[in-house]
Design a protein around this ligand. Structure first.
Ligand SMILES: [Mg+2]
Length: 409
């Protein structure tokens, strides 16, 4: 069996979803997804040429050869994203070839259903962002995108979307849909923020932000898990003040309070925080996660399986986390294709906690596959079909394809 072609398409959703299709000389097709990055399509094209003619079942040698070539060429993060998406498609091919779902190829499953946590963002604030995280105007979401395109002229009351009332309403809506695990953003516009650059929370801001979560906790009770994301915005001391104020909200975690590139600063926060600290979505490869674990800088780890370097690398990271007795709550902003790859990992590792779902406001998320709605009562059933176990819907992908990008050409 030989790889004959690696083709890509980019779908404009809340983020760019880069879908990878690997074809073989015996007519097999494998699907993968890569985390967005500027220039990702051209990187995928070059890597596709690099591996053409190889046996797609040689997954680990192919991955290492791609990674070694990229490293020698001084390539950065987007190459890891590209390698990850291609590697995932090779696993899909191997699973189909062996007539076994990926979790079975990897040694069996610990669970039949994977818990999904619903990212509720903040207020009504979901935006569609391009590969440099800039808001963009899209046909499928005109109301928001008009605001995004002309922030100076909007009449929308942004602060009103970040009140306790708005957060409680959003939480109860998702609980009504069956979710038992929610996450909200806390790096949000509020009446007391001082400056977006110096990272210090004002004396009025700390209790204001904490009260949002205390109110949500009162509304949802203690049978629903609750977490918050800070997107690397705060100083270590402000993070600790916020964590202490948040203690009554009984949070599952406080995510990325400080920037990700100083593990000692993160460790300092963790040592002084009554709330468990989660991080990991910015890291690549087992070696970067090893540093995180060795420093004991997190209580829960969040690798992104569309960027870490491959699904096998993702599983290695989870096993390494297990040596430190750490639960894994994978970061996930993917379409159903990448999400299902993460579901197979989640099923096949002991220390899985919950998988993110970031697309509650994307109207065509479920239409990206022919398999119907994946999420029921806050769970995804672990598939029994060979390989990835979903059938991508190219018609939907074409409807929302990013202009200027190839469409599986
Ligand atoms: Mg996050």
């Amino acid at each position: 069996m030989k790889i004959t072609r690696v083709a890509t398409a980019v779908v404009e959703a809340n983020f760019d979803w880069t879908i990878i299709r690997v074809e073989t000389d015996n007519g097999m097709v494998g699907w993968g997804e890569a985390f967005f990055a500027p220039g990702l399509t051209s990187t995928l094209r070059e890597l596709g040429e690099f591996i053409r003619g190889r046996d797609p079942r040689d997954i680990e040698p192919i991955r290492r050869d791609m990674a070694q070539a990229a490293s020698a060429a001084g390539a950065g993060g987007q190459v890891h994203h590209a390698i990850t998406g291609i590697e995932a498609a090779l696993w899909d091919i191997l699973g189909q070839h062996l007539k076994a779902p990926l979790w079975q190829v990897w040694g069996g499953k610990f669970r039949d259903h994977v818990a999904i946590y619903c990212d509720c963002h903040g207020g009504d604030a979901l935006e569609s962002l391009d590969s440099l995280l800039q808001p963009r105007e899209l046909e499928w979401d005109k109301s928001r995108s008009q605001w995004n395109a002309q922030p100076g002229t909007a009449t929308r009351d942004v602060l009103a979307e970040y009140t306790a009332e708005a957060y409680v309403k959003k939480a109860l809506q998702q609980v009504e849909k069956g979710f038992t695990f929610l996450k909200f953003d806390l790096d949000i516009p509020n009446p007391y923020s001082l400056d977006r650059y110096h990272r210090r929370l004002s004396v009025a801001e700390v209790p204001y932000l904490a009260q949002l979560m205390v109110d949500v906790r009162h509304a949802i009770g203690t049978e629903v898990e609750l977490a918050v994301d800070c997107h690397w915005k705060f100083s270590p001391d402000s993070s600790i003040q916020l964590a202490r104020a948040l203690e009554p909200a009984q949070l599952a975690w406080l995510e990325d309070p400080v920037p990700p590139y100083n593990l000692d600063a993160l460790k300092y926060v963790r040592d002084h925080s009554p709330v468990p600290i989660l991080s990991g979505e910015n890291l690549y490869g087992s070696h970067e996660f090893r540093s995180l674990f060795e420093r004991q800088a997190v209580a829960i780890v969040a690798p992104d399986f569309q960027k870490v370097g491959g699904l096998a690398e993702g599983r290695s990271i989870c096993h390494l986390a297990d040596q430190y007795f750490l639960p894994v709550a994978p970061h996930n902003i993917a379409s159903p294709i990448g999400t299902m790859a993460s579901v197979h990992i989640a099923a096949s590792i002991p220390n899985f906690l919950a998988l993110e779902w970031h697309s509650s406001d994307v109207p065509f998320w479920s239409d990206m596959i022919h398999d119907g709605d994946l999420i029921h009562q806050g769970l995804i059933a672990v598939p029994s079909r060979p390989g990835l176990g979903v059938t991508p819907n190219e018609h939907t992908m074409r409807l929302y394809a990013k202009p200027g990008e190839p469409f599986f050409e």
